[in-house]
Design a protein around this ligand. Structure first.
Ligand SMILES: [Zn+2]
Ligand SMILES: [Zn+2]
Length: 88
C-alpha cells in the first residue's frame, strides 16, 4: 500500500512498533472536531464517555469519540498525559 501525501517514513516505523503506537494515533475529539474531520460519517462513541481533552482543539469534551489520526496533524501532537499512554 502506498501512503498518500508526503512520504511518512515515521508512520511506517511507528506501525512496525505495533500496539505501543496506537495510543499516540488514537485521539479523543469533540463533536465539533469530529464533524470538521469526518463530516457526516457516524462516529464510534464510548458508551460511558469520560471527560477528556479534545485532541483537535484542546478543549474539554465528553463526546466519547475517538479517531485515529497522524499525531502531527493534531493539537495534542500525539502527547496524551493519560493512563495507558505512558508506554513510551
Ligand atoms: Zn491526541
Ligand atoms: Zn475539538
Amino acid at each position: 500500500m502506498v501512503p498518500t501525501g508526503h512520504g511518512h517514513s515515521l508512520a511506517m516505523a511507528a506501525a512496525a512498533k505495533g500496539a505501543l503506537v496506537s495510543s499516540r494515533w488514537t485521539h479523543a475529539i469533540c463533536e465539533m472536531c469530529w464533524i470538521k474531520r469526518a463530516g457526516s460519517r457516524a462516529a464510534h462513541r464510548l458508551e460511558r464517555p469520560e471527560l477528556e481533552r479534545c485532541c483537535g482543539c484542546g478543549f474539554a469534551t465528553m463526546s466519547g469519540i475517538y479517531q485515529r489520526a497522524d499525531p502531527e496533524s493534531m493539537w495534542c501532537g500525539g502527547y496524551h498525559a493519560l493512563a495507558g499512554d505512558q508506554a513510551d
